[in-house]
Design a protein around this ligand. Sequence first.
Ligand code: UD1
Length: 441
Amino acid sequence: MRIGILPAGQALFSFIVDVFRIDGAARLVGTVSVSGAKNSSLKLMAVALLATGTSTIHSVPNILDVTIMAELLRRLGCTVDYNPDTETIVIDVPAEIEHRADYDLVRRMRASIAVLGPLVARTGAADVALPGGDNIGSRGLDMHIAGLERMGAEVTSEHGYLVVHAPAEGLHGTHVYLDFPSVGATETLLMAAVTANGQTVIDNAAREPEIVDICEMLLKMGADIQGVGTSLLTVNGVSSLSPVEHTTVADRIVAATWAVAAVMTQGDITILNARPEHMALPLEKLTAAGATVESVDNGIRVHINRRPTAVDIVTLPYPGFPTDLQPQFIALNSVAEGSAMITENLFEARFRFVQELSRLGAEVRTDGHHALVRGKPLLSGAPVEATDIRAGAGLVLAGLVAEGATTVHGIEHIDRGYVGFEEQLIALGAPVSRNVINDLD
Ligand code: UD1
């Protein structure tokens, strides 16, 4: 929102916002390139806190969340230098760091919670504001807290902050069995365990490629972790870690979003830097929908020359189907031949997106964790609102299979996850533009 000026010169709060306008249906053809994963880069920046000295991370996408995490690290005492052209971030961590993550930053990005483990490990304490983040339902921290407590920490909640104190002799190793393979809890406990006293076993750990990426950076830094990429991580604490240079894993969610775009628009897209081994199930689903997925030099090519067939999906922790692709696949099914059942097991509020998609004429009925989508040949353009990053991507894709103009509001969410989204869409032939409008008109 910006401040507008009335013709009479009178200042007034008005609702001047950026929107994406999509002028009708299009077939997307061409080549796109995928950056490093947002969900990995942010955590790798937190990992850097574990070693005094200068760490360098490459393939860090130029998105708002990286700016927020950089500011958070600066407030902890680090010197941070990000070059958006080379997508490289250099983080200089002093011997003594602060241990407080303020609400004004944490509320803007839930991933700020990634500093929790490193702060307790490095300083023996952490005051971290309870996070906000995406509007995708309740996202508890109970497993982070229970795990740290098992490692000897005392955890309380005071005035909206999580306050953690390690014992004087430091955290100690333990056996933690996670109720659910939470990405965030696995990361917190992993980062807390690498310099704890003795052995920590994280059982039922998350296995996402972004967790593997974090483990690989930690291993380079001198950590002792066994079982990387499995649900049983065994960490033998070491006395200290060294700064390193690391390159972020490619963003599998962004890559798969482009793959869905190719299939929905009956197009042909080559996705450079895509790692097909990290998106096996989504690509399998696209193949079942009728697409051809081929390996090419440093990426994949996805193409189809008919209307896709509807495909059922059930979201689950990796290697299950990612919840971060659920909205895009609902959008795909909304223009597919036949009907599909979508089951969401991770974030209850993610179906809020469905109401917006319905404004484009999609036929979707939800019941609890399930959504039944009946495909139709074409949607009908309308103004819609993105409620989170992936919902935003799903709505833009839907606009590309809609007759007439679609205006997507709330695109600040999309900007948090997709670098240069509209430039890449335009290069593929999409009739997309970023416009400034007065939302009250
Ligand atoms: C991360 C990703 C997000 C992705 C999600 C699942 C980042 C910045 N975000 O989120 O894009 O959708 O993984 O792949 O990496 N839960 C609890 N208690 C806990 C921890 C989690 O109840 O202590 C619940 C959450 O409320 C949620 C579910 O478990 O319903 C999944 O959470 P988790 O796997 O931790 O996801 P995030 O790390 O928040």
